[in-house]
Design a protein around this ligand. Structure first.
Ligand SMILES: Cc1ncc(C[n+]2csc(CCOP(=O)(O)OP(=O)(O)O)c2C)c(N)n1
Ligand SMILES: [Mg+2]
Length: 626
């Protein structure tokens, strides 16, 4: 008989997680360096007791962090994982019922973005003795259904630990999925509250130091040969660099490919900075909110080399950005799901390994000088447009692009920018110059309002030596700004730039474009006359709100004031909110991409009928890549 140790399931979870490490390229780090949580019945005396005991006895090193909202703590963990190239993340414990289901949006965000997070929702009694307990949803269809089943479709691994010993295979499976670059996402282990407190004799080997080697799958030589053969025929190739290029740490290889071949490189949100913006081959963001440079090259490209991209609709401009009828795709991706998209010649492999193999196979191949020069000119022209957007002198309120210009200046060489939803992701995709692969943490897969402030916490924890700039719209701030308090209590310093435009600049302009006249997109009083939400401005003061939560707050009414405030915020040692007013109506950067959002086919409104004509015309350009 092997040696055993008697612990509760909660204590075993804590001890196990503290012993897990990830390794890639010889560098080992804690896979789960801590646990976020909010206690309630379900986890307070189970996992909660275990964390307390660990802190007291030192038997396991798993710091506990108290979040203010369960959704937010999952965002914090996802942002941390993103910053750590998916080699580390946090665990999140929540109480039964609402505490747990609050994490579902966070789980969906993590899985959509292919970011690892470990969720430990508490669950109903395994014995079912006292049912129905507070916060239990009774299901007439089956006794084993709980609200936590709603995690299943948003989790890459889901399990419910109804007996202590089930934790052993479940915990090992959870670590496998978290550290699998092709499979990773939210991993959910539901912990019934009685099981958390139940004792069991665990084999001590379960708690040994365990290293999860994060694989770099090598490409099949035949696939590399097929890919190189297609690329060698290309006259107007274009690289689309996605998140996979960043997470794999393929920056040097991507630069080597660009240097050796002169191929222009466009990027997605997740891929921004994989090739630094100042590289001669960088042409910026592609797609619906892409630069004119990247989109013009995409329109003609005969071969597209997608590296680590999922080809979301924003990347493909809803299947319209690649306009060449003969366009062929070559995809390098660790996930076969993405590698085969658009009927591509697929290389299923780690981005760095795949690029190395491709580089060798492409020896001697270069794009024509004329094509390289054209790409260079387009990129230079876009740099000029960017400068214009950064310094428009718009008034009386600043344009958001000027706010972004000032933040970009303040961010300097090492600043990290965070954003997720609203009109800013599009502006950033067009205008932000990411100087390195970790400079840009914009979550634009789930584009979840409320990510920003919470992500500031995780990003700063992952990269304490970098200044973190959270750009957040008033709508997003109103939805989820609670982690400001967490920043204060944990002494986590970030600069939050709160862009106040009293509503949805993004959906407002989209609504207008689609013939819906900005209906319901401004934060205003309901008007007695119209009966609509188009009355007077509201007496909302989000700067006062942030100050009330303990942040240092600076107000800026102009770009000049914003610059000064950002300099002061940088110099501060505690979280500082810079509140800046901006024009709800733009102007934004010049767009060149379409986004498919269906318009009413029949309507009583002229604005809608006009928009429908436009929609139907754009629809003509949409195609499958077969
Ligand atoms: C959780 C969530 N709900 C709804 C949306 C849809 N949505 C996208 S942007 C937006 C408005 C964002 O407003 P704000 O944060 O003020 O940014 P702005 O558009 O003004 O730049 C909404 C409602 C979303 N992305 N996420
Ligand atoms: Mg707004």
């Amino acid at each position: 008989m092997s040696e055993t140790i008697r612990l509760t399931t909660g204590q075993a979870v804590v001890r196990f997680l503290a012993a897990q490490f990830s390794e890639r390229d010889g560098a080992e780090q804690r896979l789960i360096p801590g646990m976020w949580g909010i206690f309630g019945h379900g986890n307070v005396a189970g996992v909660g007791q275990a964390l307390l005991q660990a802190a007291h006895t030192g038997e396991a090193d798993l710091p506990y962090y108290l979040a203010r909202n369960e959704q937010a703590m999952v965002h914090t963990s996802a942002a941390f994982a993103k910053m750590r190239d998916r080699l580390a993340t946090f665990a999140c414990t929540a109480s039964t019922g609402p505490g747990s289901t609050n994490m579902i949006t966070g789980a969906a965000l993590a899985t959509t973005n292919r970011l690892p997070v470990l969720l430990l929702p508490s669950d109903m009694f395994a014995t079912r003795y006292p049912d129905p307990v507070l916060q239990q949803l009774e299901d007439t269809r089956g006794g084993d259904v709980t609200v936590n089943d709603a995690f299943r479709p948003v989790s890459k691994y889901f399990d419910r630990i109804t007996r202590p010993e089930q934790l052993i295979p479940a915990a090992l499976a959870a670590m496998r999925v978290l550290t699998d670059p092709a499979e990773t996402g939210a991993v959910t282990l539901c912990l019934p509250q009685d099981v958390q407190a139940e004792a069991f004799d665990w084999p001590v080997e379960f708690f040994r130091h365990r290293v999860w080697h994060v694989p770099r799958p090598a490409p099949e030589p035949a696939a590399v040969a097929r890919a190189a053969e297609v690329l060698r025929t290309a006259h107007r190739p274009l690289v689309v660099a996605g998140g996979g290029a960043v997470y794999s740490g393929a920056g040097n290889e991507l630069a080597a490919l660009a240097d050796a071949t002169g191929v222009p490189v466009a990027d997605t949100h997740a891929g921004k900075g994989a090739l630094p913006a100042d590289h001669p081959c960088a042409v910026g963001g592609i797609g619906s909110t892409g630069t004119a440079a990247a989109n013009a090259l995409a329109a003609d490209a005969d071969v597209v080399l997608g590296i680590g991209t999922r080809y979301s609709d924003f990347t493909t401009a809803s299947h319209t950005v690649f306009g060449n009828p003969e366009v062929t795709f070559v995809n390098l991706n660790v996930a076969r799901l993405d590698a085969v998209k658009h009927s591509a010649v697929a290389v299923t492999a780690d981005a760095r390994e795949g690029l190395r193999a491709l580089l060798a196979e492409l020896d001697g191949w270069r794009v024509d000088d004329s094509y390289r020069d054209r790409a260079g000119q387009l990129a230079a022209e876009w740099r000029r447009v960017t400068e214009e957007c950064y310094s428009r002198g718009h008034g009386p309120l600043p344009a958001q692009t000027e706010v972004i210009g000032a933040v970009s200046e303040a961010a300097g060489e090492r600043g990290v920018v965070i954003n997720a939803a609203g009109s800013m992701p599009g502006d950033l995709q067009m205008l932000w110059r990411a100087r390195d692969p970790k400079a840009y943490n914009v979550e634009y897969a789930y584009s979840c309002m409320g990510y920003e402030v919470a992500a500031g916490v995780g990003t700063k924890m992952a990269a304490a030596d970098r200044e973190v700039f959270v750009l957040v719209g008033d709508g997003s701030y109103l939805m989820l700004s609670s982690e400001l308090v967490t920043m204060i209590s944990e002494g986590i310093k970030v600069v939050i730039v709160l862009v106040q435009n009293h509503g949805f600049a993004s959906i407002g302009s989209l609504s207008e474009e689609l013939g819906s006249q900005r209906f319901g997109t401004a934060y205003r009083y309901r008007s007695g006359e119209s009966g609509l939400l188009d009355g007077e401005a509201l007496p909302v003061d989000l700067a006062a709100n942030a100050a009330s939560l303990g942040a240092t707050v600076l107000r800026a009414g102009s770009v000049a004031e914003l610059r000064d405030a950002l300099a002061e915020a940088r110099a501060n040692t505690t979280t500082t909110v810079v509140h800046v007013d901006a024009d709800l109506f733009g102007p934004g950067p010049p767009g060149s991409g379409w986004w498919d959002v269906p318009v009413a086919e029949v309507s009583e409104l002229t604005s809608t009928s006009k928009a429908y004509e436009n929609y139907a015309a754009n629809k003509q350009n949409q195609r499958h890549y077969l």
